[in-house]
Ligand binder design. Structure first.
Ligand SMILES: CC(O)(O)NCCCCNCCCN
Ligand SMILES: [Zn+2]
Length: 686
């Protein structure tokens, strides 16, 4: 199904018209400037004008009572006419909350803004969007304000979407650094709303200090399995920890759940420099998280602001989110791609706790490690003291005192210049597919004119030209090199080329990459193909997804054979992509990716398109797809995936066969020391 296009931005500065009127160190970080600096930064990057502006409205009392009681609503309404003394008294009835005469109005606008976003997406007016709101919502409950939250914007939105659009499967992803217990309470018995949250927990020592925030809170009654908590028991969690939690927990379950709408409790206090979170994830991490969610629900993603208290970190992360929603290519993720021991322990525990509820986890280790042996505890302490995912984390992990915060400002200033600058503005895929008429491809795909003969001669003469004798081979080599050249020169982001001699073309293409100065090229070959490549120096990581047992080739760090049998229609390739290929690819951090579709491929069109979509987070989305035997369906589907025109319909989830899972586990055990993003259990660590 064709996907809608366009990104909504919902913001009204009236939501900055309330603030803390007295001294309260618990609440003084929740300031109006949070919205102002985020919106200013969006303007600074010219993102506001690229979005579709949707006006806010007030949430109605009926909508608010989808989650809250009328009594609570009356209490909040009554604060409008209170003086400071009365406001303080009401505020003291709740945990970490303050009221202001304008709070009620702003809280209704926050609800209304969220529902406007849901309507814009569900009506197809836009594909996705962001609502910049305050007060936040994910802590508030039926009868209580909590943690700066008054009305639970995202929970109301989920109930609203169920009723108004008859949705049966809504995914809520809460990447705020605090546990959105308010959302958990509303939906813990509801199998139609899957709630996923990570949060700073420190074994129940961090606010809101709840036993039910731990990984074993899996949901109640019919809702069992539909509540996923990933507790972080240490601070300093960073990009690799968050990505690992996506690869090994959220994404496999989310693809199995097949959501119809994604709501994001988009809090940025999980980012670097935030005084509450004390984590180290850098702004571009949120681009990658957003990108993965956009591959679900046909791209219907509604991001709703929750927390985020370091103004610079918050603003940059908001911009990274919106830029990705607009389908800009993603900046390369920074930092060492190795989740820490504590993160892997949490990931393993939540996977074990959910083993009974999800097919993608059915072959998991049964026992969650409630407490590691003392030896591994000591290792964990040691490991976390000497390393951190970011060497800069030590300097900039958020603390409240201002000079630390200023240090974060400086770090972010230089960091954003590095990652923002090189992203190519052009996003269209360029294709040279002689047998396929251009009009069959998405409009965003330019069909390149062939490279001119002279240019090609010089290029081909650089290699041993006797390989390319007949005219046909020369033409297809020309196709591949012409498209690759445009990608290397950043004239386009990605491309497709048809080649009758895919293996020779790929060898030439790789050589051209290295002549161009690239350091690492991920080459994924689907089907049977013999590439004579030098794989010892790490400049190529070759992953061969094929049917036949590769007897002679043992898996080495840079040459991985994944034997995969995709039977017709059952698209069970998810666990291979999510649990294996992506973690390895992110560990490798390629400068460019080449996907080669050879003869008798063992993957269906959907699986290949899924792979193409999900890999776009890497190498600034620079992907070259070389297709040997051109099937129009395959070319169209891949072209759509590359140009972001649509997320291919991955069909109903079908769990992989046991031998497929066991193949993944075998490879993971074999390679997780080399490619550390594969880690999802601590047992082999010790
Ligand atoms: C939206 C949000 O999740 O960012 N709210 C965070 C509230 C933090 C409250 N801290 C209380 C500290 C008690 N010592
Ligand atoms: Zn928070």
């Amino acid at each position: 199904p064709a996907m809608a296009s366009g990104t909504a931005l919902i913001y009204d500065d009236e939501m900055t018209s309330y603030k803390l009127l007295w001294d309260d160190p618990e609440c003084d970080i929740e300031v109006p400037e949070r919205l102002l600096s985020s919106y200013e930064q969006l303007k600074h990057y010219h993102l506001v004008e690229r979005c579709i502006h949707v006006p806010v409205r007030e949430g109605t009392e009926e909508e608010i009572m989808l989650v809250h009681s009328s009594e609570y609503l009356e209490v909040v309404k009554s604060t409008q006419t209170m003086n400071e003394e009365e406001l303080r008294r009401v505020s003291e009835n709740y945990d970490a909350v303050y009221f202001h005469p304008n709070t009620y109005r702003c809280a209704k606008l926050a609800v209304g803004a969220t529902l406007q976003l849901v309507d814009s997406v569900m009506s197809g007016k836009v594909c996705n969007g962001m609502a910049l709101v305050r007060p936040p919502g994910h802590h508030s409950q039926r009868n209580a304000a909590n943690g700066f939250c008054v009305f639970n914007n995202v929970a109301i939105a989920a109930q609203y979407a169920k009723r108004r659009y008859g949705l049966q499967r809504i995914l809520i992803v809460d990447w705020d650094v605090h546990h959105g217990q308010g959302i958990q309470y509303v939906f813990e018995e509801d199998p139609s709303v899957l709630y996923y949250s990570w949060h700073r927990y420190e074994h129940q020592q961090f606010w809101p200090l709840l036993r039910e925030s731990d990984y074993d809170a899996v949901g109640q009654g019919k809702g069992k399995g539909f509540n996923l908590n990933v507790p972080w028991n240490k601070v300093g969690m960073g990009n690799s920890d968050y990505l690992a939690a996506f690869f090994h927990v959220l994404l496999p379950v989310a693809f199995e759940f097949v959501p119809e709408l994604i709501l994001v409790s988009s809090g940025y206090d999980s980012g670097i420099g935030d005084p509450e979170g004390q984590m180290t994830a850098t702004p571009e991490c949120f681009a990658h998280l957003t990108h993965f969610l956009m591959q679900l629900a046909n791209g219907r993603v509604c991001a709703v602001l929750e927390g985020g208290y370091h103004l610079k970190s918050l603003s940059e992360s908001v911009c990274m989110t919106v830029k990705t929603l607009l389908r800009d290519p993603l900046p390369q993720i920074s930092g060492e791609m190795a989740p820490c021991l504590s993160a892997v322990e949490s990931i393993q525990n939540v996977r074990a706790a959910h083993k009974p509820y999800w097919k993608c986890l059915m072959y998991e280790e049964a026992t969650p490690l409630h407490n590691l042996s003392t030896k591994s505890q000591q290792m964990m302490e040691a490991e976390l003291i000497q390393t951190s995912t970011h060497p800069t984390a030590k300097q900039v992990v958020g603390t409240t005192n201002s000079d630390e915060a200023i240090k974060t400002d400086r770090f972010l200033e230089s960091h954003m210049k590095k990652i923002l600058f090189p992203v190519p503005p052009v996003k269209t895929a360029s294709a040279i597919v002689s047998k396929v008429d251009a009009h069959l491809l998405p409009i965003s795909v330019q069909v390149e004119m062939e490279m001119n003969a002279q240019e090609l001669k010089t290029l081909v003469s650089a290699f041993d030209a006797e390989l390319v004798k007949e005219e046909k081979a020369l033409l297809s080599l020309q196709n591949v090199l012409a498209v690759l050249d445009k990608i290397l020169k950043k004239k386009v982001c990605n491309g497709i080329a048809e080649s009758s001699v895919a293996s020779v073309s790929t060898t030439f293409a790789l050589k051209h990459c290295f002549d161009f100065g690239l350091q690492r090229v991920l080459c994924i070959v689907v089907g049977d193909m013999d590439l004579e490549l030098d794989l010892d120096d790490g400049k190529i990581l070759l992953m061969n997804i094929c049917q036949k047992q590769q007897t002679e080739k043992t898996n080495s760090k840079y040459h991985i054979s994944l034997n995969w049998k995709e039977d017709a229609g059952r698209n069970n390739f998810f666990c291979a992509v999510l649990g294996f290929i992506l973690p390895v690819a992110y560990s490798y951090q390629p400068d460019l990716m080449i996907i080669v579709i050879g003869p008798n491929r063992s993957l269906g069109v959907n699986a290949i398109s899924l792979l193409t979509c999900l890999l776009q987070g890497l190498a600034e989305s620079r992907i070259l797809v070389v297709i040997q035997d051109t099937e129009i369906k395959l070319v169209q589907s891949v072209a759509k995936a590359l140009s972001g025109v649509s997320t291919p319909d991955f069909g109903a989830y079908a769990p992989a066969f046991q031998e497929n899972f066991l193949e993944i586990k075998r490879l993971r055990d074999q390679l997780q020391q080399e490619w550390k993003m594969l880690r999802c259990s601590v047992k082999d660590w010790i």
